[in-house]
Design a protein around this ligand. Structure first.
Ligand code: IPE
Ligand code: IPE
Ligand code: MG
Length: 261
């Protein structure tokens, strides 16, 4: 099983270096501030954030993005007031009932990524039902990270390997992570203006291109997504290598001269 996952990962890892990213990951931050600025309860911001996600999924489908991974609830978000946490759980349960049929019709395949043990029975059943219902779709893979943390993922992966007595290598660890079914993200966007990962995709973001947006998540729209994609298209992904000859600049031509001399 590990071998198969590793082969799949190798195939999926052939991401284009220019143009539209194959895999976009988003920290959907800023819902609370969006609401507070309007003198609304924070939950109103989360509700509006759901609208924004719907718009973003449509935009990704239109642009041919293959994988979208969103951070919806972190391992640390349990530390928020009980009312906000239960509101977020209800929002998820409601979204499972309301949004999944349209996603299915649009060819979206859903995966929920995160610890499920401390979610309610109702939510857990809803997650499994949504995943099963959309399992045959292939236009867009949507990974919803809920009750997720990068550290949680690394620990559960290490525990899985230890239990199976599998040697720990980069490849076996990667294949035991909760996002082993997709290649690493090409572009990681964080809205809301904070310049941090907040425990998102600690392993998978190793070579992601980062884009920080001042826009609060409920305001994030197609135009801002296109700005992020345009910024990504201009980046040179080197993976530790030296710049490619195609991206030669004045400094490269001067090094060519010194080579000739
Ligand atoms: C992100 O928005 C959504 C979740 C973390 C659930 P926030 O709720 O963190 O919004 P801000 O950062 O307080 O504005
Ligand atoms: C990250 O946002 C988590 C999600 C967007 C789900 P937070 O609002 O929880 O992150 P911090 O607290 O600003 O680091
Ligand atoms: Mg926040």
């Amino acid at each position: 099983m590990f071998l198969l996952q590793m082969r799949m990962k190798a195939i999926l890892n052939r991401a284009p270096s220019l143009g539209v990213p194959t895999h976009i990951a988003i920290v959907m931050d800023g819902n609370g501030r969006w609401a507070t600025r309007r003198l609304l309860p924070r939950l109103a911001g989360h509700r509006q954030g759901m609208e924004s996600l719907r718009r973003c999924i449509r935009a990704c489908l239109e642009r041919g993005v293959a994988v979208l991974t969103v951070f919806a609830f972190s391992s640390e978000n349990w530390n928020r007031p009980a009312e906000e946490v239960s509101g977020l759980m209800e929002l998820l349960a409601g979204a499972l009932a309301k949004e999944v049929p349209q996603m299915h019709a649009d060819g979206v395949r859903l995966h929920f990524v995160g610890e499920r043990a401390n979610l309610s029975e109702k939510v857990r059943t809803g997650l499994t039902t949504a995943e099963q219902a959309t399992a045959g779709n292939d236009r867009l893979i949507l990974n919803v990270c809920f009750n997720y943390g990068g550290r949680w993922d690394l620990v559960q992966a290490a525990a899985k390997l230890a239990a199976a007595k599998v040697e720990v290598t980069e490849a076996t660890l990667a294949s035991a992570l909760a996002l082993a079914h997709v290649a690493d993200p090409d572009l990681l966007i964080r809205t809301g203006g904070e310049l941090r990962l907040s425990n998102f995709l600690l392993w998978q973001a190793a070579y992601a291109e980062l884009y920080f947006s001042e826009m609060l998540w409920p305001d994030f729209d197609e135009a801002e997504l296109d700005r992020a994609i345009a910024a990504y298209a201009k980046r040179e992904r080197r993976y530790g290598r030296v710049p490619s000859p195609a991206s030669s600049s004045a400094s490269t031509s001067s090094s060519r001269q010194s080579q000739a001399a």
